[in-house]
Design a binder for this molecule. Sequence first.
Ligand SMILES: C[S@@+](CC[C@H](N)C(=O)[O-])C[C@H]1O[C@@H](n2cnc3c(N)ncnc32)[C@H](O)[C@@H]1O
Length: 432
Amino acid sequence: MTPAARISAAIEVLADIEARRRPAADALKDWGLSHRFAGSGDRSAIGGLVFDALRRKASAAWLSGSDAPRAVLIGALRLARGWDAERIQSLFTGERFAPEPLTDEERSALTGRTLEGAPAWVAGDYPEWLDGQFAAAFGESRAEELAALATRAPVDMRVNTLKAARDKVAAALAHLGVQPTPRSPLGLRITVGEDARAPNVQSEPAFQKGWIEIQDEGSQLAALLAAADPGMQVIDLCAGGGGKTLALAAQMDNRGQVFATDSDKRRLAPIFERLTRAGVRNVQIKAPKGKDGEPLADLRGHADLVVVDAPCTGTGTWRRNPDAKWRVRPNSLDTRIAEQAVVLDRAATFLKPGGRIAYITCSVLPAENDETVAAFLDRTSGFGVIPPAKVAADAGQPDLAAFASPAGHGIQMSPRRTGTDGFYVALLRRTA
Ligand SMILES: C[S@@+](CC[C@H](N)C(=O)[O-])C[C@H]1O[C@@H](n2cnc3c(N)ncnc32)[C@H](O)[C@@H]1O
């Protein structure tokens, strides 16, 4: 397919997402199935265009003066890819498979309109109903913070220290242009280029040998801040596919024990193969036992550390999942907040005196970060917050102390602040 034909296809997919209110991944998959001539390069280029348009949907519509899929894509080519009117026009020729030529209005919008005077939710590309939450999180800099969350994320990997050192892995992946991550001592990063196409890291021998896991630097830092030491008894209560479990086991150098569980058995499925590939030997998977059964009942009062990588809205990962930001609804936020309370109350039952809960989300909303922690502390005696500066220093990341959350209970990362996804981490110690 020509570059122009890919743009026409992306407009078609955006129209389908809009008309049928369906997830972008489903619309892209269907498009691929009904256009079998398109190769994998075409499909990934079209996906890149669609995701760039979703990242900048509100600001692109503002610039173009219309929220029609074609207008949004034109605006996004300018905003996300820095294309000028001439370059855009060179592809909008109306020739075979190319989109129709730019109209006079489209051309004048491209050259004349700017984001000056746009409200924060337009400049920052987020749903207006979340403005109060972002104002509480970031104050006057919320448009800049959210604009950073609307950029493309790099591909980050965590080096598995059970099997390899970072230098060795960097040498093995030199052909992908990897660089060390700025903060995590375990991370390597590949910056994604203008065409938004990321290399297929999973097909690399280094991946297959278990030297690396794909994990955002913020997620790596969250695991480091949890400070699991060799020999500890650790519970990973929301283990899901095991991203944090693997990081904790490596930090513990395969010594001590990690008990990994999740309320949804299906989510645990990938973990078994991942543990084997990574050479992890100190993890026990505890599948959930129906509605009321507690698979960790014999660990009550025993754990040094319970990691709660909580269910959340995922606002901190909008760079990677831009579709999600236009799909999040007030009732889904309420549901997540209720789940967070349940999981924190459950976590508290496993700690021995002096033990800690690491409460982690990939969200930047105070409602599911500081406010969830504050509500837990209000209803639970015998717990206190470990000051973020101490948490940061103990994990060998003193610079993160500068990013304390608004109420000061945790550390709030973000693309603009820390160059990572928007992870939140609070450490709570059982004092009695
Ligand atoms: C953010 S995801 C976990 C991601 C995972 N830790 C990782 O690093 O790949 C949150 C998980 O919490 C689980 N969850 C939701 N409510 C729960 C509960 N009450 N107890 C345990 N797990 C729960 C969900 O099924 C989901 O897998």
